[in-house]
Design a protein around this ligand. Structure first.
Ligand code: KMH
Ligand code: ZN
Length: 274
């Protein structure tokens, strides 16, 4: 029985194919990546898609095809990003739920994102949350900062529990503009989580990936890894395939006496029907 959820975030919206040809951007590459990551120990996939020119897109037809292909080719929980890229309009981000994923990301507030702004105004957060309840999509609350932990309390107080009755959180740490990717910040964020939280994971961007993963395991949390968040295994050693990052997470979990969850076990953790 697995007790460690490993989520893989293989693509993201920030890295270009030209800069990183091994980034999975086509549907075939994404399915191949998902299958290898599932075999390595992932239970969920956090998906951003690209167009024919490898640019980020929220095209509904492509999103739907992607959800279908991942469901057919893997047993992973399929989570679509509603964050998209910093350039995506809020309306398009709401429409992501029309592709009927199992889960969607839901960021709890606006964050400086390097030189850009990742916009999540409170009315948008409320709309997206209510839509996820209506459409029976399980949200993963993405928390980039301590203030967003408090916002999650407000959201749950006002609108109640998510579809499925579970509250799953992901701490996204080390974004330039958000909370730092340190053990101290993770401990503070975890201590402030709502009591209704049933599971949480953490990911550290760039160089913070290992310290955040180790801190998360130390606090009993789950892990998110993938090329959305980090492109090197060590200084000067590029990631060649997302399954390397999943395998490393499995190994860290093994040292902490944790066993990776299957997709079916991840579904139970998140309150999704079998
Ligand atoms: N690409 C970032 C602007 C999410 O997927 O929900 C937002 C992001 C969060 O990646
Ligand atoms: Zn994302």
């Amino acid at each position: 029985m697995g007790d460690l959820l490993i989520t893989v975030a293989p693509t993201g919206a920030e890295t270009t194919k030209a800069d990183c040809p091994q980034l999975p951007t086509t549907l075939a590459e994404l399915v191949e990546t998902a299958q290898r990551c599932e075999a390595a120990g992932a239970g969920m996939i956090h998906v951003h898609i690209r167009d024919d020119e490898h640019r980020p897109t929220l095209d509904l037809g492509r999103l739907t095809d992607t959800v279908d292909a991942l469901r057919e080719g893997t047993g992973l929980v399929v989570q679509l990003s509603t964050g998209g890229s910093v350039h995506d309009p809020l309306d398009d981000r709401l429409k992501v739920l029309d592709a009927r994923p199992d889960s969607c990301s839901l960021t709890m507030g606006t964050t400086n994102f390097g030189d850009d702004v990742f916009l999540n105004p409170w009315p948008f957060v409320q709309d997206l949350y209510q839509l996820s309840q209506e459409r029976q999509v399980v949200p993963e609350f993405e928390l980039f900062d301590l203030g967003q932990v408090h916002a999650l309390h407000r959201l749950l107080d006002r609108f109640g529990l998510p579809y499925g009755g579970k509250v799953h959180v992901d701490l996204v740490m080390g974004v330039p503009g958000g909370m730092p990717g340190t053990a101290d910040a993770l401990v503070a964020a975890v201590a402030a989580l709502p009591a209704r939280t049933t599971s949480w994971s953490a990911t550290g961007i760039g160089r913070s990936t290992l310290s955040v993963a180790l801190a998360s395991l130390s606090k009993g949390g789950h892990l998110r890894v993938g090329m959305e968040d980090v492109l090197t295994l060590a200084r000067g050693v590029p990631v060649e395939h997302n399954d390397q990052l999943v395998s490393r997470a499995v190994e860290l979990g093994r040292l902490a006496q944790r066993t990776p969850m299957t997709g079916a076990e991840a579904r139970a953790l998140l309150g999704l029907a079998a």
